[in-house]
Design a protein around this ligand. Structure first.
Ligand code: CA
Length: 670
């Protein structure tokens, strides 16, 4: 995710994170814990019939003011309101008028020093670059039909197929045929094509069959200058500035505080109308700035963890880490996600570096979201990017996921086993002919749950069944971090042809999409997009990050394979079991001595499936494998790099050769 240098972290950092933390509680930490807290729904701004009311939480301030402006930047304040002390560490100011259309900032004096102005931490509307908060009629930003807008219903997260997308990647290329390139509105445009007869945009998503779009950070982030839209800037957005307002560079008019809000809502509604849910990537674990962040300018020190010497601790690798275990910060995270769920109808949340947060906070987040929307879900990176003062047993780490209710973590196990290690570009994985990863692939197949035939002592990353249910696991072989799958295959398969690499991608994704747990894919891999071999493209230009949609024609067979693979999963609950017990009962691995081969059956009409048995044989070797399939009336679903969820033909079983780098999937109803 990172702004500075963003390693995607697997085993190495997870292990480091489990090392004993340095003496956790500093004097500062103890002091902050004694501060009064305030969680009223009027924090910072409330406009009602009696006027405009400001309430700032800043217990140690010696004074606080509200500055009122007529515009979002470059104009002097038209009024300055002195705030008076309220209860529970707050400061208050009121005016009898409804100041709709005005902008405001807070200015706090603490320790004898008057700090810079800040829009606060609860600005729900902001102007250009988020420098000033805006007073708007939020209800007026709702698109038509918003009250009836609903995301897709899910029995469990494992029914989701998640597509991770950056707004700009998805629509900025000329071949997208989209009018609002790089904007929220890009996803509201039906009927777009790549000029070669193939759909793009939201129609493409429907055709592919994914259930949820996971949008990279879409709150107001710091690094793209919203006042200079034509500058061709790009950033992933892992540098939070205003957590509760959308990013302005994705709107058609960053200076108009309502535009970014209503346009993001229109995006959500268009996706919901297409039957697609929206997951938002949230980055509460650190802020873009330290002393100059909105947290620091509101209540200096409180929202962050520190080292014993008073400096910021840095589990994020971005210069600071927030302190979710402190009540006011915990409340902030919970209220913030609740706000996005209620106001924007966001269906799911992906927590960046979730291991920086404490388990209790994450459990409260998930519970609060379920109350708002029982179809919502939460997943995150179960690791940190550096050590933290928070004791490891309190961290929302992958290894602790069994203690988290309704939360899933990314499986770096399946990721690294299938394609090779994320940071060692040339290293192959199971799908590309490296032996020794078979047991870790099996760990992926059973979603890191306990299974009598899986030997966790042979796991590459985690050595125990850390998940208590498959609903706790997100399976993937690539995401925005590190090499895209296409680039990873190019780096690890020197001398290979494009066709050979596409074959390897098909095998890799077939393992992911048929495994228990929830599948997740990086946008554009269905057309075999690349990122020009660059690992960390967080601020690379469009030439690197944009998806060229003419690839949908060039690689149409690849797209068809992904579409059918997704359809297979969605039509068959056997791939979507929800308990570890069902997986242990219904999955039976075959004893295979050949390297780079995993073969198993899903039995017993698992999950109520029409198929009594599904047989899957993954051959990652560079030589053919001869499988011995029981005699029966089999439907051949996948073979030799081809797939059709309705069947490619039939087979009586017996000896079947599985060509190199391919999956064989057979199914029978009796
Ligand atoms: Ca911004």
């Amino acid at each position: 995710m990172h702004r500075i240098l963003r390693p995607a972290l697997g085993l190495v950092m997870a292990a480091a994170a489990l090392a004993p933390a340095a003496n956790a509680q500093t004097d500062m930490d103890t002091r902050y814990a004694s501060w009064p807290t305030y969680n009223g729904d009027d924090l910072e701004l409330k406009v009602d019939a009696s006027g405009t009311h400001f309430t700032l939480w800043s217990p140690e301030a010696e004074g606080a003011e509200v500055l009122i402006y007529n515009s979002d930047r470059n104009t002097p304040a038209v009024d300055t309101l002195r705030m008076t002390r309220g209860d529970s560490g707050t400061w208050r100011a009121n005016v009898p008028e409804r100041l709709l259309g005005k902008f405001y900032t807070f200015r706090v004096t603490v320790g004898g020093r008057t700090l810079d102005e800040t829009p606060g931490i609860w600005a729900k509307a902001v102007g250009t670059n988020g420098q000033r908060a805006a007073i708007i009629d939020l209800d007026a930003t709702d698109p038509e039909g918003w009250a009836d807008d609903r995301g897709p219903e899910l029995a469990a997260i494992t029914d989701a197929v998640i597509y991770e997308m950056h707004h700009r990647d998805f629509s900025i290329h000329p071949s997208s045929g989209i009018v609002h390139k790089g904007k929220f509105l890009a996803l509201t445009e039906p009927g777009t094509t790549n000029g070669l007869g193939r759909s793009t945009g939201i129609d493409h998503l429907r055709e592919l069959g994914v259930t949820h779009v996971h949008i990279l950070p879409s709150y107001d982030y710091n690094s793209v200058d919203e006042a200079n839209a034509p500058a061709n800037q790009y950033n992933w957005g892992y540098d939070p500035f205003n957590y509760n307002a959308p990013e302005g560079s994705y709107s058609t008019d960053p200076a108009n505080p309502s535009a970014r809000i209503t346009e993001m809502k229109r995006m959500v509604k268009a996706l919901h109308d297409a039957g697609i849910g929206v997951v938002m990537d949230v980055v509460y674990n650190h802020t873009a700035g330290g002393d100059d962040s909105n947290f620091s300018l509101t209540a200096p020190g409180y929202f962050y963890r520190h080292r014993p010497d008073g400096s910021y601790s840095d589990a994020s690798g971005c210069g600071n880490e927030t302190a979710s275990e402190r009540q006011q910060m915990r409340d902030f995270i919970i209220e913030s996600v609740k706000y996005w769920a209620r106001e924007y109808h966001i269906d799911g949340f992906r927590f960046d570096l979730m291991g920086i947060h404490d388990i209790e906070t994450m459990n409260q987040v998930a519970a609060a979201l379920r109350e708002i929307n029982p179809n919502s879900f939460v997943y995150g990176e179960g690791w940190t990017a550096g050590d933290s003062p928070l004791p490891a047993e309190q961290r929302a780490l992958k290894e602790n996921v069994a203690r988290m209710d309704g939360i899933a973590v990314f499986s770096d196990d399946i990721r690294d086993a299938v394609k090779g290690h994320y940071s060692a570009a040339a290293e192959r994985g199971f799908a590309t002919g490296r032996p020794g990863n078979e047991e870790t692939v099996k760990i992926g197949i059973v979603a890191s749950t306990a299974h009598p035939q899986v030997d966790y002592s042979k796991g590459n990353n985690s050595r125990f069944a850390y998940a208590s249910a498959p609903t706790q696991i997100i399976n993937y072989v690539s995401c925005h971090d590190d090499l895209s799958l296409t680039d990873k295959l190019a780096a690890s398969m020197p001398g290979s042809t494009e066709a050979e690499r596409q074959r390897a991608a098909r095998l890799a994704q077939t393992i992911v999409f048929t495994s228990q747990g929830t599948p997740f894919m990086f946008a554009g891999e269905e057309v075999f997009r690349n990122k020009k071999g660059i690992h960390n493209t967080y601020r690379s230009p469009d030439e690197v990050n944009a998806i060229d949609w003419t690839l949908k024609n060039t690689n149409s067979d690849q797209f068809d394979y992904y579409r059918e693979l997704i359809r297979l999963r969605r039509e068959h609950p056997a791939f979507r079991m929800t308990t570890a017990e069902d997986i242990a009962r219904n999955i039976r691995f075959d004893r295979i001595s050949a390297p780079n081969v995993v073969s198993y059956s899903i039995l017993n009409n698992a999950g109520g499936d029409t198929f009594r048995e599904i047989k899957l044989v993954f051959n990652g070797a560079r030589t053919p494998f001869t499988a011995r399939i029981p005699r029966g009336e089999w439907t051949v679903i996948a073979r030799d790099g081809q797939i059709n969820a309705d069947g490619l033909g039939t087979s009586p079983g017996g000896t079947i050769v599985v060509p190199p780098t391919s999956a064989l999937i057979l199914a029978r109803t009796r």
